[in-house]
Design a protein around this ligand. Structure first.
Ligand code: XMP
Length: 513
C-alpha cells in the first residue's frame, strides 16, 4: 500500500502548495476537506496529517473546526497557520487577535535541536500571514520558534506527535520551508519516500494495460501538456488500441498544429491512431460577426464538441474515453479539498457524454503539473511540449478582442511567434509564468516610410504567478521589449503599434477576454 500523508484543507490559499511540497519530498499525499469524516481518514491509514491555513478565526462560532479525536489517531499531526491555531484551540491553548498583524517575510528564531527544525539555521526567514496568534500553547507543548512579534511561531509536543507552525513553510519565501516539511514527513512520520515519477509511469502503464485489456480508447488531444502526457502513457500501454483526435480549430499558435502532428502523427515517436481535423474554416464561419467574449467562448466550446462527436461517430463504439484531468482540476472542482476556486471557463471538450463509451480513464488524476511534466520527460516527449506554457482552450479566440477573422489570427500568430522567439533568445522563457501577444481591436494612425498607416495595435502580456489566480506583470528588460516591438512592426503586416500590458490580476485577468 502506498505511503500517504493527508492534507486537511481549511480553505487557505496555499493549500495545494502544501501538497506539492510534500510530494517534492517523494511522499504521496492527498487533500481532503476539513468536513471529511474522521472514520474515512482513519480508513486511509495515513502516515501523518497536515492541517492547512485558512481565512477564519478559530475561536469564532461557525469557524471550520475539528475534534480532539483528530489528534488522537496515533499518527503525527502538523498544523500550519490556521491549522496550528486550531490545534492549540482544540487542545486547551489560547488563540486571540494579535497585537501586531504579521505579513510577509519575517525573521525567525528556531530551536534547531527540535526534530522539526533539524538542519535549519537558528536564525532564518519565514513567510508570515496572520492576524490571530497563539497567546498560550496547549498543555504539554513546548515553544520551538518565535519572531519579534510572535511569541509562538512554532510549538511541539513530540511525545504525542503534535507540531504547530504559525508561518507558511510551503511558501518558497520560507527559506528552509521544504526542509521543515521534509523533517515532518520523512523523519517524524517515518515515510520512506517511495513516490517517484519513473516508477509512477511504469506502474501506470501496467495498470492501464490490465484495465483496458484488448479494449479501445479514445482521447481528445489538444497538444497541451496534460493531454499529450496522457496520450504518451496510453500509447506506451496499449499502442494502436488508442485513437487520438486532434481538432485544429485554427486558433492555435503559429505552427502548433504541425508540431502536435510531428510528435503524435504517423511519423512521430508514438504508436497510436492519430486523427487530425482541420476545422479552421468551420470555426471562422461560426465566429463571423461575434464580438461578445462569453459568446465566442461558448461557440468555440460547442463547435469542438460537434467536431469531436462527428469523429467519434466515424470511429464507432469505444470502451474507454481518456481524459488528461490532473489533480488541481480534481481539487478545484470541489472533489478534493475545501478551496472554493471559481472558474468560469472550462477546458474545451468538457465531458462529451454522447460519445459511446463504457468508462472514463484519467491516468493523471492524482498528479500535479510539475509531476505531469516529469512523466512527460520519462516518456521522451520533446522539451518544448513538456514545458509549454498554459494555453487556453478557446485559444487565440480570446486573444483577439472583438470579431475573429482569418486575417486577425494571422496577425496575432505572427506577432506572438516573434515575441516568443525573442523571450527565448533572452533566456527568459522558463522564468515567466505565461506570456503571449494579443490583438487589440484598436486601429490608430502611424507613419511608415513616407506613408500614413492606419493599423492594429498588438498588446504584449507577460505575467508571473504561482497559481494563475493572482498574477503580476513580469519585468522584461526594456531592450527585449524594444526588439520585439520593432520586429513586430517591421515583420507583421497590419500592425503599427505595440503596447506592453502592466496590469496585475486582479483587477485584470491574464487573458484579454
Ligand atoms: P484568466 O484570463 O482567467 O486566466 O486570468 C487564468 C489562466 O487560465 C487560462 N484560461 C483558460 N484556460 N480555457 C482554458 O483552458 C479557458 O477558457 C481559459 N481562459 C483562461 C489562462 O490562459 C491562464 O493561464
Amino acid at each position: 500500500m502506498q505511503e500517504k500523508i493527508i492534507v486537511i484543507d481549511f480553505g487557505g490559499q496555499y493549500n495545494q502548495l502544501v501538497a506539492r511540497r510534500v510530494r517534492e519530498c517523494n511522499v504521496y499525499c492527498e487533500i481532503y476537506s476539513y468536513r471529511t469524516d474522521i472514520a474515512k481518514i482513519k480508513e486511509m491509514q495515513p502516515k501523518g496529517i497536515i492541517l492547512t491555513g485558512g481565512p477564519n478565526s478559530c475561536y469564532e462560532p461557525g469557524a471550520p473546526g475539528c475534534t480532539k479525536e483528530l489528534f488522537e489517531i496515533g499518527v503525527p499531526v502538523l498544523g500550519l497557520c490556521y491549522g496550528a491555531q486550531l490545534m492549540m484551540h482544540v487542545l486547551g491553548g489560547r488563540v486571540e487577535k494579535a497585537p501586531v498583524r504579521e505579513y510577509g517575510k519575517t525573521e525567525l528564531y528556531v530551536d534547531s535541536s527540535a526534530e522539526l527544525f533539524k538542519d535549519v539555521p537558528e536564525d532564518t526567514i519565514c513567510w508570515m500571514s496572520h492576524f490571530d496568534y497563539i497567546s498560550e500553547t496547549a498543555p504539554g507543548f513546548g515553544i520551538i520558534a518565535h519572531t519579534d512579534n510572535c511569541p509562538v511561531a512554532a510549538a511541539h509536543y513530540p511525545e504525542k506527535g503534535l507540531y504547530a507552525i504559525q508561518f507558511h513553510p510551503e511558501v518558497l519565501h520560507t527559506v528552509y520551508g521544504t526542509k521543515m516539511l521534509y523533517n515532518f514527513v520523512r523523519n517524524i512520520c517515518g515515510c520512506s519516500g517511495d513516490w517517484h515519477m519513473d516508477s509512477f509511469a511504469a506502474e501506470k502503464i501496467k495498470e492501464i494495460r490490465e484495465k483496458v485489456g484488448d479494449g479501445r480508447v479514445l482521447l481528445a488531444l489538444s497538444g497541451g501538456v496534460d493531454s499529450s502526457v496522457a496520450a504518451g502513457l496510453l500509447s506506451r500501454a496499449i499502442g494502436k488500441q488508442l485513437t487520438c483526435v486532434f481538432v485544429d480549430h485554427g486558433l492555435l499558435r503559429k505552427n502548433e498544429g504541425d508540431e502536435v502532428e510531428a510528435v503524435f502523427g504517423e511519423h512521430g515517436q508514438f504508436d497510436l491512431n492519430f486523427i487530425r481535423v482541420n476545422a479552421a474554416e468551420r470555426y471562422y464561419d461560426k465566429l463571423k460577426g461575434v464580438t461578445e467574449p462569453e459568446k465566442k467562448r461558448k461557440i468555440i466550446g460547442e463547435e469542438f464538441i460537434r467536431v469531436f462527436e462527428e469523429e467519434a461517430k466515424k470511429i464507432g463504439a469505444v470502451d474507454y474515453l481518456a481524459q488528461g484531468t490532473i489533480y488541481p482540476d480534481v481539487v478545484e472542482s470541489g472533489l478534493g479539498g475545501e478551496s472554493a476556486v471559481i472558474k468560469s471557463h472550462h477546458n474545451v471538450g468538457g465531458l462529451p457524454d454522447y460519445v459511446d463509451f463504457k468508462e472514463i480513464i484519467e491516468p493523471l488524476r492524482n498528479l500535479f503539473k510539475d509531476e505531469v511534466r516529469k512523466v512527460g520527460m520519462e516518456l521522451g516527449l520533446p522539451d518544448n511540449l513538456v514545458y509549454r506554457q498554459p494555453f487556453p482552450g478557446p485559444g487565440l479566440g480570446i486573444r483577439i478582442i472583438g470579431e475573429v477573422t482569418a486575417e486577425k489570427v494571422r496577425i496575432v500568430q505572427d506577432a506572438d511567434y516573434i515575441y516568443r522567439e525573442e523571450i527565448d533568445k533572452a533566456g527568459l522563457s522558463r522564468s515567466i509564468g505565461q506570456y503571449f501577444a494579443a490583438l487589440t481591436n484598436m486601429r490608430s494612425v502611424g507613419v511608415m516610410g513616407d506613408e500614413r498607416t492606419y493599423d492594429y495595435a498588438v498588446a504584449l502580456r507577460a505575467v508571473n504567478t504561482v497559481d494563475f489566480m493572482t498574477a503580476e506583470a513580469a519585468e522584461i528588460p526594456f531592450e527585449v521589449l524594444q526588439t520585439v516591438m520593432s520586429r513586430i512592426i517591421n515583420e507583421v503586416r497590419g500592425v503599427n503599434r505595440v503596447f506592453y500590458d502592466l496590469t496585475s490580476k486582479p483587477p485584470g485577468t491574464i487573458e484579454f477576454e
